[in-house]
Design a protein around this ligand. Structure first.
Ligand SMILES: [Zn+2]
Length: 111
């Protein structure tokens, strides 16, 4: 059976795996291959000759989809931070359920 102590322990475990709130980007990390502006370049002939990979993040804002190019030195960070966005929401949900359980625990206690 769950007690305040086991709930606290679970909460600690959840928080240990939680990314820092400031290391977050809401968007989708995408790898892209692009055509260049040189008219004679073979990249215009077939997809396999395109340049890249380049990286970008697409994100929705105000009913529109926007893109931002990811600087190469941001590549790993950008991937991680878009994953963090999903993780952080999962953690919020877990903590919320846990806190509800704790409230229920108190409600069920007889005086
Ligand atoms: Zn080209």
């Amino acid at each position: 059976m769950e007690t305040k102590e086991t709930l606290n322990k679970t909460r600690e475990e959840i928080m240990k795996g939680a990314p820092a709130l400031d290391k977050v980007v809401r968007g989708t990390f995408i790898e892209v291959y692009l055509e260049c502006t040189r008219k004679k370049c073979k990249c215009h002939k077939a997809k396999k000759y395109r340049h890249g990979p380049y990286y970008r993040i697409s994100y929705g804002q105000g009913n529109k989809v926007h893109h931002v190019y990811v600087p190469l030195e941001w590549k790993e960070k950008a991937k991680e931070w878009t994953d963090n966005y999903i993780k952080i929401w999962e953690i919020i949900e877990q903590l919320s359920q846990l806190n509800i359980k704790e409230m229920k625990l108190k409600n069920g206690r007889k005086k």
